[in-house]
Write a protein that binds this ligand. Structure first.
Ligand code: CDP
Length: 208
């Protein structure tokens, strides 16, 4: 059983994926962390993020056990990830790990940008989680404040818009709504309400 959750930055897909995995007793993979870790390793090895050769090498040598780093959750890491994520060979190098993870019994929830379209086109359930850019920026802003990092709301909103453009506009596996995905707009939904709506979608889908 595979549940694919895609959506833009700060749409709530990560929180939703974790709660769904908990609820159903499934494994959970935040695929954004893989791209964030690749960008971290490129910088750690002393290369520029735009250096495709260094990014591909980092992706091929990525140790998935090294994803727990707190720095990977920051704003800068997300931006850096979206730069290396444009490189097709980086995406290709991360594909086998994601697909193997998806097959772990009894089931897996993966969240990202291209899960329903590229990584697991045969997923049993596909959900595209979204929310208005302003709502997403407010959520991210609140997360940063809670962690004590001082970033202005306007900066967070600008970053979100820039990342949306980069993720939707790239040639390789752009972020998009899969034909057979269910759209879940969380602009006016609490975490609890979004979770309930997703469980409802999943139950309807698997009872067919
Ligand atoms: O949590 P947030 O949505 O801000 O970011 P993330 O899911 O950790 O993703 C960070 C960046 O990695 C995205 O902006 C994408 O450029 C890239 N990414 C991707 O290309 N494909 C995925 N399956 C997941 C992330």
């Amino acid at each position: 059983m595979i549940i694919a959750i895609d959506g833009p930055a700060a749409s709530g897909k990560g929180t939703l994926a974790k709660r769904l995995a908990n609820h159903f007793g499934f494994h959970c993979l935040d695929t954004g962390l893989l791209y964030r870790a690749v960008a971290r390793d490129v910088a750690r090895n002393g290369f520029r993020l735009e250096d495709a050769w260094a990014a591909v090498a980092a992706a091929r040598n990525l140790d998935p056990r090294e994803l727990e780093d707190a720095d990977l959750r920051g704003n800068a890491a997300g931006d850096a990830a979206s730069i290396v994520a444009r490189i097709p060979e980086v995406r290709a190098a991360l594909l086998a790990y994601q697909r193997n993870f998806a097959r772990r019994p009894p089931g897996a929830v993966l969240d990202g940008r291209d899960i329903a379209t590229v990584v697991c086109p045969d997923a049993n359930v596909k959900i595209f989680v979204t929310a208005s850019p302003e709502v997403r920026a407010s959520r991210r802003f609140a997360e940063f404040e809670a962690r004590g990092s001082a970033v202005a709301y306007e900066t967070v909103l600008e970053d979100i818009l820039a990342r949306d453009a980069r993720d939707s506009g790239r040639a390789s596996a752009p972020m998009m709504l899969a034909e057979d995905a269910e759209l879940l707009d969380t602009s006016n939904l609490s975490i609890e309400a979004a979770f309930d709506a997703a469980v409802g979608l999943i139950k309807r889908k698997i009872s067919h």
